[in-house]
Design a protein around this ligand. Structure first.
Ligand code: NAD
Length: 495
């Protein structure tokens, strides 16, 4: 986690960005004057100084969002008017692509090719998609045999609190903020303390696009005993959407239940990746490498436990290890880099403890090394114990296990034998088997012969400890609105 240093600390690394909260359309510092620093995990030096919020800023932001919702134009505009402003906002995100991408890369070490090539365009797309979706799916009409018809209204829900993690900062924030805004709500976003910068940049751009003050607020700070906790406990909030660890999700669910408000939880995972012997091996290797080593494995969906059918096992392992060893590890600002450092000192310590205890898993380490600073190179463990921490816990780093299996039933059992249920991948050329196994897995998403491909209309979320609820398309509509039925008599009854 980012360390709190005194605001007046002298920094030797050049100009430090100053980042404030955005509350009611104005960028402000904290009333307390406190700040904290975001540490660039490559240089391990502070690079941005952030206003450190307390309950005061959380309450001010919710009050601003409440006023903007109760009295302002945003919820009263047509979906088409909101769409025009949100699309202008998306245009500005693309115009500021480099600034946004560099913010996430410096905050958490994500290779610039990923933040610029993937995260920025997907952030803009999220805003465009949900603006279109709200415009195109405003209601359903249900004619009834009784001579009535019922129609639905999807009215805005009110004030939405969005709490985000650090692994895909702007992209996951947009996944929450975009549908919330498109459906006419007002928002208070709390980015993760390790990745605060892109959120403030986005909120500045939203104002520049003409989205009214108070509609999209950002407050910075920590979770427990800080702005995060204060936001989740504020009685003026109507919805909480959270992405982060399963343990934090449980705390937030309790806060939401105290105020009896809906909560959407997108939580941790331990993605399983099943490779059958008939798989197209080049494709399977390519996606399996991306599935675990993209973003240095700091992906909720990461394919962190691979199961390979025994006849293919040796060939798969040899080729997978070779492909992992060929990955370019280095400065995340260098376009050649594929794997950067881990996101923070605290997170490095956590992943390092799994690295240091590989021996306890009883598996054999086939690759991987510690680098200078907060680097761990792609690390592969063959055949660990089923109940080892490496096989069962979310490591959230570039460490993967590979285990052989003999039957389809065994593979299904292994995938489902996990506290998590976010996603799985299957590699097979047998169409019937792909459908059969997909149906048997207790997860929110199954990718067959691919990974990470998303249709924003589809449900996204996790089973078991991976979450509550789904977002995407109509699933987001149902969460970010207060659906209402209006029943009209069309034919007067005969008297
Ligand atoms: P985290 O739970 O530590 O923090 C997430 C956010 O919650 C941060 O903004 C943090 O400040 C805030 N927070 C922490 N405690 C809080 C509290 N008591 N009250 C209110 N807010 C609080 O998670 P993280 O380490 O930032 O992110 C990594 C986790 O997120 C991993 O478990 C990963 O799998 C998960 N994740 C899930 C998805 C998904 O879609 N399911 C996507 C990305 C990440």
């Amino acid at each position: 986690m980012t360390s709190v240093l005194p605001a007046q600390t002298t920094i030797a690394t050049g100009a430090i960005q100053r980042i404030g909260h955005i509350i009611d359309g104005v960028e402000v510092q904290s009333e307390s004057g406190l700040t904290f620093f975001s540490i660039d995990p490559y240089t391990r030096q502070p690079w941005a100084e952030i206003a450190l919020g307390t309950k005061t800023e959380a309450d001010l932001a919710v009050a601003a969002a409440r006023r903007a919702f109760d009295e302002g134009p945003w919820p009263r505009m047509s979906a088409g008017q909101r769409r025009a402003l949100i699309n202008r906002f998306a245009d500005l995100i693309i115009e500021h692509a480099e600034e946004l991408a560099l913010a996430d890369t410096r905050d958490m070490g994500k290779p610039i090719t990923q933040s610029l090539g993937n995260d920025v365009p997907r952030t803009a797309l999220n805003f465009r998609f949900f603006a279109d979706h709200a415009h195109l799916t405003p209601a359903e009409v249900l004619p009834m045999d009784s001579g009535h018809h019922t129609y639905t209204r999807f009215d805005p829900a009110g004030v939405v609190v969005a709490i985000a993690p650090w692994n895909f900062p702007m992209m996951l924030e947009s996944w929450k903020v975009a549908p919330a805004l498109a459906w006419g709500n007002t928002v208070v976003l709390k980015p993760a303390e390790d990745t605060p910068v892109s959120a403030t940049i986005m909120a500045r751009l939203a104002l520049e696009a003409g989205i009214p003050p108070g509609v999209f607020n950002v407050v910075h700070g920590y979770g427990p005993d800080s702005v995060g906790e204060a936001l989740t406990q504020n009685p003026d909030v109507d919805r909480i959407t959270f992405t982060g660890e399963s343990g934090t999700g449980r705390i937030i669910a309790r806060a939401a239940s105290a105020n009896l408000i809906p909560v959407s939880l997108e939580l941790g995972g331990k993605g399983a990746n099943v490779v059958f012997a008939d798989a197209e091996i080049d494709n399977a290797i390519d996606w399996s490498i991306k599935a675990i080593f993209t973003n240095a494995g700091q992906v909720c969906l990461a394919g962190s436990r691979i199961y390979v059918e025994r006849p293919l096992y040796e060939e798969f392992v040899d080729r997978f290890v070779a492909a992992a060893n060929a990955m370019v590890v280095g400065d995340p600002k260098d376009p050649a880099t594929q794997i950067g450092p881990l996101a923070s000192g605290e997170h490095y310590t956590k992943v390092r403890s799994y690295y240091d205890t590989i021996g306890e898993s009883n598996g054999s380490q086939l690759s991987g090394a510690l680098g200078e600073g907060w680097f761990i190179t792609p690390t592969i463990i063959a055949t660990p114990d089923k109940d080892s921490a490496h096989q069962r816990e979310e490591i959230f780093g570039p460490i993967v296990t590979i285990t052989p299996f003999d039957t389809e039933d065994e593979a299904i059992h292994e995938v489902n034998d996990s506290p998590y249920g976010l996603n799985a991948m299957l590699f097979t050329e047998d169409l019937t088997r792909a459908h059969r196994v997909s149906a048997a897995l207790i997860v929110g998403t199954v990718w067959v012969n691919c990974f990470f491909i998303r249709d924003l209309r589809a449900p996204f979320g996790g089973a078991k400890a991976s979450g509550i609820g789904r977002e995407g398309g109509t699933f987001s509509r149902e969460f970010f609105t207060e659906p209402k039925a209006v029943v009209m008599q069309m034919v007067p009854p005969a008297h």
